[in-house]
Design a protein around this ligand. Structure first.
Ligand SMILES: [Zn+2]
Ligand SMILES: [Zn+2]
Length: 309
C-alpha cells in the first residue's frame, strides 16, 4: 500500500470499502448510495407499497442499518415506517439493546412500538426457559415470531421488513444443504392473509456493507451478545464461508441466491400445506395446536381472543 490511502472509484474521496468482486473502492457517501439503491429496488418489487411498513427492529446492527436506510429513503417511499421491537426479557442483555433501539428511533424520527414476552405470554424468556428443556434459540425463535405477528396486527402492518443480510442467506442455504432440509428451502415463509408478508431488503447486501452502513451513519454500537446465543453450527458455517469468500470473491453472493432461484423455478409446482387454526389460541399454525401453545405447555396457553376476528 505504501501508505497511500485508496480513494473512491467515483469521486476521489477517501474510500471506506473495497468491493473485492468488482475491485471498486467506495467512499462513505457512495457506499450508502449503493446500499440504499439495492434496498429501494427490492422494495419496488412490492409495488404498490402498503400504507405502513413495519421494520422488525431488534436494535442490533442489521436492523439498525435497515431502519437507517429506510429512513433515508423517506422521500422516495410513500409508506409510513414503524419500528417493531420484541422484548424477550433476557436479563443483563436486553436492557442495553432496548435503550439503544429507543435512541436510534428518536434520532431517525421513526415511530417505535415494543411488545414484551411478559405482556404477551405472562412470563419473560428467562422464566419460560426455566421450565423448558428445549434449546433457548428454538424457544425464543417461535415465541418472537408470534410476538412480532401480534404487534404487526395491532399496528395494522401488512408488510414486515427484516434485517437478514446476504451472509445470513448464504449461511442458511449451506446449513439447510448440510442437513438435507429440502422442505425449508421450498416452504418459504408461511403466510396466510392474517400474517403480514415478510421481506428481506438486505438479501443482496453483504454483512460488511451493512455494518459499514451503520458505522458511517454513526449508529453503530458494540452491543453485548445474547447470553443464549449458541447456534454453534451457524458460527462454524459463517467462519467457513468468510474464509471461502476471501479466496473466491462472489461465492457468498451466489450461494445466497440459490434458494431464491430454486424457489422461482418451482413456483406453483410445490403445494404448500394449508395452515390450520390453533384450537387453543385461534392463530394460524401447523397442527390443531400451534407451536406457541405447545411450547407454553398447554396450561398457560395465551388466549388473545381480542385479536381474533
Ligand atoms: Zn465517492
Ligand atoms: Zn395456539
Amino acid at each position: 500500500m505504501e501508505g497511500k490511502r485508496p480513494v473512491c472509484s467515483h469521486c476521489q474521496s477517501r474510500a471506506v470499502y473495497l468491493d473485492r468482486e468488482s475491485g471498486a473502492h467506495l467512499c462513505s457517501r457512495h457506499l450508502k448510495e449503493s446500499v440504499e439503491s439495492r434496498v429501494l429496488s427490492r422494495l419496488m418489487q412490492e409495488e404498490p407499497l402498503p400504507e405502513i411498513i413495519g421494520v422488525a427492529f431488534s436494535g442490533g446492527k442489521d436492523s439498525t442499518a435497515l431502519l437507517a436506510v429506510l429512513a433515508s429513503l423517506k422521500e422516495r417511499i410513500p409508506s409510513r415506517l414503524i419500528a417493531l421491537t420484541v422484548d424477550e426479557g433476557i436479563s443483563g442483555y436486553r436492557e442495553d439493546t432496548i435503550r439503544h433501539a429507543k435512541d436510534v428511533c428518536t434520532r431517525l424520527n421513526v415511530e417505535h412500538r415494543i411488545i414484551s414476552f411478559t405482556r404477551l405470554y405472562g412470563r419473560s424468556l428467562d422464566e419460560i426457559l426455566k421450565s423448558s428443556n428445549r434449546k433457548a434459540c428454538t424457544v425464543c425463535g417461535i415465541l418472537r415470531r408470534r410476538a412480532l405477528e401480534v404487534l404487526a396486527e395491532e399496528e395494522g402492518v401488512h408488510l414486515i421488513v427484516t434485517g437478514h443480510n446476504q451472509d445470513d442467506h448464504a449461511q442458511t442455504t449451506l446449513m439447510n444443504a448440510f442437513s438435507a432440509d429440502i422442505k425449508k428451502v421450498f416452504a418459504g415463509s408461511g403466510s396466510t392473509s392474517r400474517f403480514a408478508r415478510r421481506i428481506k431488503p438486505f438479501a443482496a447486501v453483504s454483512e460488511r456493507e451493512v455494518t459499514l452502513y451503520a458505522i458511517v451513519s454513526d449508529l453503530f454500537m458494540d452491543l453485548p451478545e445474547c447470553p443464549y446465543a449458541g447456534e454453534a453450527l451457524r458460527g462454524e458455517v459463517r467462519r467457513l464461508l468468510n474464509r471461502f469468500e476471501q479466496e473466491h470473491p462472489g461465492s457468498m453472493r451466489n450461494l445466497a441466491r440459490v434458494e431464491e432461484n430454486i424457489r422461482a423455478r418451482l413456483h406453483n409446482k410445490v403445494k404448500k400445506t394449508p395452515m390450520e387454526t390453533c384450537k387453543v389460541c385461534g392463530w394460524p399454525g401447523s397442527g390443531d395446536v400451534c407451536q406457541v401453545c405447545l411450547l407454553l405447555n398447554e396450561n398457560v396457553a395465551i388466549t388473545r381472543t381480542d385479536l381474533q376476528t
